[in-house]
Write a protein that binds this ligand. Structure first.
Ligand code: GDD
Ligand code: MG
Length: 346
């Protein structure tokens, strides 16, 4: 069974971070999320991937190549114009096994695929949708289930108060290739708005199975931040956080931290980071690899990607900085989200 990762969206709600970057390449704990995702799926025995790219495809291709470094095979599909979530699956048809996984690549999760696959095999539907619950389902695809786990209704982004339940589409599907017969070629097709409702109408068998563990769509700045706070709180236990120096303080390799620096946990510091005297970092901050932070910098609830340079005396609160930013001396930045106006490699 191979896996198709949908990674072509424009990531508009995460701009400016995604202005020149595919959303799934946004860093999570100092690594592109897509890399964590591939490692997570590989651990469950999936070693053959197709990535459906569109927005800055070369960034994904340059990063992963053929997948050799991760011990997997990766192939790519391309779209001249956005084909939508179902159109992208149809476009990948020649690469897909008779039964395959589809994963929205912007979902940060630790779901296990085997129970989903077993459920799919038992129920014999055309598709099994991984489900999770959220407080406000209006931003997601919402399902109405019968007692056997069959989906009776799929409503994408219902108006507040109109959702049939709190059970939502987690963006992870086990699919049989016969689904592709129901997706038209060469035009934009939404799996959520068009294909799922059609499959339900035609009684092709659309089932839902709740997944377990952490789940968060990284598509907005609020949720992107929340993922990091959950990581630092260990509500989400990503295995690759690195070495923990003290309770709630993770510092990477080869760092040059002045003895007068105060870390207020939880904080995560990448590799090769330099921090000057009397700087106070945390609580809730993530500093990327190769960052330089001057003296007397105050940094709370802030996420900084690789190779940033914060001059002495800056005050940063609740900010997100993309790659390679220089943060000017004595600036006070509150809730700033910044990225460079040029393409930077992940
Ligand atoms: N290749 C390709 N082409 N990928 C696409 C396209 C496209 O035209 N459009 C979207 N994608 C990718 C995005 O990059 C993302 O990884 C994934 O498909 C989902 O798109 P989003 O734009 O993030 O959708 P959403 O978050 O609003 O809603 C979807 O995910 C929810 C779970 O987080 C839907 O599937 C909802 O039903 C679901 O609940
Ligand atoms: Mg999304």
């Amino acid at each position: 069974m191979n896996a198709l990762l949908l990674a072509g969206g424009l990531g508009t709600r995460l701009r400016p971070l995604t202005e020149h970057l595919p959303k799934p390449m946004a860093l999570v704990a100092n690594r592109p999320w897509l890399e964590h995702l591939i490692v997570h799926l590989k651990q469950q025995g999936i070693a053959d991937f197709v990535i459906a790219v569109k927005h800055y495809p070369e960034i994904i291709q340059n990063h992963f190549g053929t997948g050799e470094k991760w011990g997997v095979r990766i192939r790519y599909t391309f779209e001249k114009a956005l084909l939508g979530t179902a159109g992208a699956i149809k476009n990948a048809e020649p690469f897909l096994d008779d039964r395959f996984l589809v994963v929205n690549a912007d979902i940060v999760h630790e779901a296990e695929m085997i129970p989903l696959l077993e459920f799919h095999n038992q129920h014999g539907g055309a598709v099994t949708i991984g489900l999770t619950t959220v407080d406000d389902p209006s931003h997601y695809g919402v399902v109405e289930l019968d007692s056997q786990g069959e989906i009776l209704r799929f409503v994408e982004k219902p108006r507040p108060g109109e959702a049939p339940s709190n059970l939502i589409n987690a963006g992870i599907y086990v699919m049989d290739k016969r689904v592709l017969r129901h997706i038209p070629k060469q035009r934009e097709v939404s799996i959520e708005r068009e294909t799922f409702p059609l499959l339900i109408e035609r009684s092709e068998g659309v089932f839902g199975k709740t997944i377990s563990g952490y789940w968060m769509d990284m598509g907005t700045k609020e949720r992107y931040r929340q993922i990091h706070w959950d990581l630092l709180n260990r509500a989400y236990r990503l295995p690759h956080l690195g070495h923990q120096n003290e309770n709630g303080i993770w510092v990477g390799q080869n760092c040059d931290i002045d003895s007068g620096v105060l870390f207020i946990p939880p904080v995560l510091i990448g590799d090769n980071v330099k921090i000057g005297e009397r700087s106070v970092i945390g609580p809730f901050s993530v500093i990327g690899n190769d960052c330089v932070i001057g003296k007397q910098v105050r940094c709370t609830e802030t996420i900084m990607w690789d190779r940033c340079y914060a001059h002495s005396g800056v005050v940063l609160n609740n900010c997100i900085f993309g790659y390679d930013l220089e943060i000017g001396a004595k600036h006070i930045l509150h809730e700033a989200v910044m990225s460079r106006a040029e393409v930077m490699q992940a």
